[in-house]
Design a protein around this ligand. Structure first.
Ligand code: SAM
Ligand code: SF4
Length: 361
């Protein structure tokens, strides 16, 4: 088997069956995959890890994705939206601590108030930080006009996970209606690219009914759509969601974690110069999850800057980590852990996707 893995790793182009073989590696062989990913990472993006301070702006959401703890159908979620002052305070913290960039994430809404508030906040953050803070948005599917307004206000990256690239599977995890339409999500990715954003996408790993072939297709989807940055992590069940009923069909969490690490490593091998995030869901399963992701190919980390008061409410899945730590604690523990994983923090840098820059040239 190691011979097969070595042979695949020597290939210039990986096809679906190669990817499946790499994802199926056992304990010994996967070390080869991890080593290869680490060496490609060192060669193409270096050992710098860039921070994106995460502001979970609101858990209000108009959608009803069947896996998500803050879906509109979960009536037991306590809903909140941060005030503009709270956002600005978190942004100032990020700027003063030389985080380089912010991510503003929330449930999906498209009302005029929401759109205007985000536009104003992006502008205010740009002014406050004298243009120094880079801004990524992760606010779901929006109209072209909305995406343009936010871009013009100063946001330059956008994260919109496709969640699962197979349209058939997509409909198993989302209600079958107009607000949860695979094609519309895909179109949003095209719009974002057209408008000039650095485009991020991603998937959940270890969903019920998902196979290694599906995951290989997900990796090929990122390649086909020339995605600049990827954030993907294990699916984690949440009690108050319809998908909780399939919990017996899931592979154990530790296996979902290893599979997610393999996805990160294989993606690094497949798309050498993109940005890959070490996601919070990795840490929810393994306390050192994000650091382990960094070792095998990730180069972006999103320290949580949401005021502690609201952390418990942005509960997408069970056991979400760091819900009881403030930003300062999070920062200190992260810094030490990243050094332990052989990384160096790119303080004060945007850490834009090299892949994006190359395409632009
Ligand atoms: N509402 C926006 C959207 O859906 O694009 C952004 C916020 S949404 C909470 C961010 C991501 O959380 C989703 O893209 C999804 O992949 C992830 N997520 C939601 N529920 C999850 C779960 N149970 N396990 C793992 N990830 C989950
Ligand atoms: Fe809303 Fe995003 Fe959760 Fe779907 S994944 S329910 S859009 S917050």
């Amino acid at each position: 088997m190691s011979q097969t893995v070595n042979r695949i790793l020597e290939k210039k182009r990986l096809n679906k069956s190669d990817l499946v073989s790499l994802l199926a590696t056992g304990e010994e062989e996967r070390k080869l995959v991890f080593q290869e990913a680490a060496s490609i990472k060192a060669q193409y993006v270096g050992n710098k890890v860039f921070y994106r301070g995460l502001i979970e702006f609101s858990n209000l959401c108009g959608k009803n994705c069947l896996y998500c703890g803050i879906r509109s159908g979960n009536k037991s979620a306590h809903r909140y939206e941060l005030s503009e002052d709270e956002v600005m305070q978190a942004a100032r913290y990020a700027w003063e601590n030389r985080f380089g960039s912010l991510v503003i994430q929330a449930g999906e809404r498209s009302g005029a108030n929401f759109v205007g508030r985000i536009e104003r906040l992006v502008g205010r953050i740009k002014d406050m930080s004298k243009g120094e803070l880079g801004i990524t948005l992760s606010l779901g599917e929006q109209s072209e006009q909305t995406y343009r307004r936010w871009f013009d206000a100063g946001a330059h990256r956008y994260l919109l996970r496709i969640e699962v690239s197979n349209p058939e599977l997509y409909h198993r995890y989302h209600p079958r209606n107009k607000t949860h339409d695979y094609q519309a999500r895909l179109n949003s990715l095209y719009l974002l690219r057209k408008l000039g954003y650095q485009v991020g996408s991603g998937v959940m790993i270890g969903l019920p009914f998902q196979t290694l072939e599906d995951l290989a297709e997900d990796l090929l989807f990122f390649k086909k759509h020339d995605i600049d940055m990827v954030g993907m992590g294990p699916y984690i069940e949440h009690e108050n969601t319809p998908m909780y009923r399939y919990r017996d069909k899931l592979i154990p969490k530790t296996e979902r974690f290893i599979l997610s690490l393999k996805m990160v490593a294989v993606l690094r091998i497949l798309m050498k110069d993109i940005n890959i995030a070490a996601t919070t869901a990795m840490q929810a399963i393994d306390p050192m999850g994000r650091e382990k992701s960094i070792k095998v190919g990730a180069n972006i980390i999103m320290p949580n800057l949401t005021p502690s008061l609201y952390r418990e409410d942005y509960l997408l899945y069970e056991d979400k980590p760091c819900t009881d730590e403030d930003a300062e604690e999070c920062k200190r523990c992260l810094e030490a852990r990243i050094h332990m994983a052989g990384g160096e923090i790119g303080y004060g840098e945007w850490g834009d996707s090299k892949h994006f820059k190359k395409r632009r040239k």
